[in-house]
Design a protein around this ligand. Sequence first.
Ligand code: DX5
Ligand code: ZN
Length: 218
Amino acid sequence: MKKIAPSILSADFSKLGKEILAVEEAGADLIHIDVMDGHFVPNITIGPVVVASLRKVTNLPFDVHLMIENPERFIEAFAAAGSDMITVHVEATDHLHRTITLIKEQGIKAGVSLNPATPLTQIEQIIEDVDLLLVMTVNPGFGGQNFIETMLPKIQKAREMINAVSSDVLLEVDGGTTLNNIKSIADAGADIIVAGASVFKSEDYHQTIRKMKEFLSS
Ligand code: DX5
Ligand code: ZN
C-alpha cells in the first residue's frame, strides 16, 4: 500500500499538535518532520525537543528528515525523541555507512536522501544497508516549491535500483507533490509520497488526502 506523509513544514507552527491530529484524522499514514540547521539548507526549523513534545499527541510513525550537516551528532537525540525513521543526506555526512549504522543501532529505520542534482550512483554502495531511499524533487529548504519535472525519470531509476537489490527498501519522494502530479510519481514507483503545502494549505485536509489516495490506488 502506497502511503501519504504530510510534511508539517507547511502546517501552522502555533498549533502543531492540533495540525498533526487533524491530518491523522484525515487519513495520513506517517508524519514527515523536516529538520533544518541553517547550514545544509538556508532555513532553520525544529529540534529534538519539539519532536519529543509532538510524540505525545499521536501514534503515527514519525518520518524525520534531517537536512543538517554532520547529522551523526544528533541521531541519538532524535531517536530518543521518538523518531520511527531517520533520513540523512548523502551530501551532509563524510561517513554515510557509519551514520546509517548508528541510526539502525537505535532500533529504528534508516533512510538516505539525495538532493536533485546528486546522482543515484552516490548511493550504490549503501542501498542494501538502508530501509528507505528519499528522492528530493525540490532543492531542500522550503515548502511550497515546484516539483522539478526532470526528477520523474530519476524516481523510475531509483525504483529499478531498489528492485535489483532488495524489494524491502522503501522509495520516498519529497517536494512539490500535488493532486496533479501524484499519480505520475506513484506510477514511477514511489512507496511514500511526502505532501506539505498541498495538504496543509488546502481548505479541507480530509478531502485532499482522500483524493491523493484515490490517485495512489488507481
Ligand atoms: C523541503 C522539505 C519537504 C517539504 C515538502 O526541504 O524536505 O519535506 O516540506 O513541502 P512541499 O510538499 O510543500 O514541497
Ligand atoms: Zn522533507
